[in-house]
Design a protein around this ligand. Structure first.
Ligand SMILES: NC(=O)c1ccc[n+]([C@@H]2O[C@H](COP(=O)([O-])OP(=O)(O)OC[C@H]3O[C@@H](n4cnc5c(N)ncnc54)[C@H](OP(=O)(O)O)[C@@H]3O)[C@@H](O)[C@H]2O)c1
Length: 256
């Protein structure tokens, strides 16, 4: 896998952000850098990672996080260059809005891989390091990890499963110096999320139609950086963040 991981200052906190090539992961990388963190930005698209690294001075590593062998290589390389203080498990996404009756098995499988296996692979591979020296694990789930909606089945199932990694791990590691943080956003307007889900720009734009101020990637990045900067005895277990115009997954105010 392509890599450009350079050594970090030992006194500076260092994070790995997955899904950093766009959206929330990119915004988190930028904000962590602005707050003095070293960051290793991870995703599949090399050109976008390189451009981000040039812009904010982060390190980067290109890997398909569904593949455990890529993840093990990535973790080996990252740790050979210095310790890690936080992992932001952000890679993920939704595919389709079919009802269960019409569900597409390949999309369900891919959503499980993209949201659950990426987070599991990365978490498991960094865990021995984090348990030894202390550190933080952030999981970008969703309000879809807490409630369902028609057409959401496959994504909701995957996000519930991802959340269970966090809630189980918090119990399994109780007493150890590892914080487990869940960030559960509602509607966030990012350039690719709805485009990937629905497959065309017009349908993607309609998701946000008439909604006054959907959340931005930066809003979520601020929450992530805040949780990571709490005193080390404080664990923000779970934070749900929605735009004011959204009350539930389906109850959304639209000025149409
Ligand atoms: N936007 C929302 O409304 C919203 C709401 C709640 C929760 N979330 C969750 O928050 C996270 C980020 O959302 P977003 O809107 O920023 O999503 P996004 O714009 O679709 O970005 C997803 C990121 O994940 C990476 N990724 C996907 N599959 C990967 C793989 N196999 N290996 C490595 N990287 C992979 C993508 O990079 P490459 O394509 O370069 O690999 C990309 O950087 C996701 O987990 C999403 O489910 C989003």
């Amino acid at each position: 896998m392509s890599t450009d991981v350079t050594s970090a200052e030992p006194t500076v906190r260092r994070a790995v952000v997955t899904g950093a090539s766009t959206g929330i992961g990119e915004a988190t990388t930028i904000l962590l850098r602005e707050n003095g963190w070293e960051v290793v930005a991870v995703a599949r698209r090399v050109e976008r990672l390189k451009a981000l690294a040039e812009r904010v001075g982060c390190q980067w590593y290109a890997a398909d996080l569904r593949d455990d062998t890529h993840v093990v290589e990535m973790v080996k390389k990252v740790l050979s260059e210095g310790p890690i203080d936080a992992i932001v498990n952000n890679a993920g996404g939704a595919l389709g809005v079919e009802h269960i009756a019409d569900s597409d098995t390949s999309k369900w499988r891919e959503m499980y891989e993209r949201n659950v296996m990426t987070a599991l692979n990365v978490t498991r591979a960094f865990l021995p390091h984090l348990r030894k020296r202390g550190g933080d694990l952030v999981f970008l789930t969703s309000t879809a990890a807490h409630d369902t909606y028609p057409g959401g089945g496959g994504y909701v199932a995957a996000k519930h499963a991802e959340r269970i990694i966090a809630t189980t791990l918090r119990q399994e590691l109780v007493g150890e110096p590892v914080r487990i943080i869940e960030i559960a956003p509602g509607m966030v307007k990012t350039p690719e999320f709805s485009l990937n889900r629905l497959g065309d720009a017009h349908a993607a734009e309609k998701v946000y139609e008439g909604v006054e101020n959907p959340l931005s990637a930066h809003d979520i990045a601020e929450a992530i950086v805040w949780t990571l900067s709490r005193p080390s005895h404080v664990n923000i277990d779970s934070m749900t963040i929605r735009p004011v115009a959204q009350a539930t997954n389906t109850c959304i105010a639209r000025n149409l």
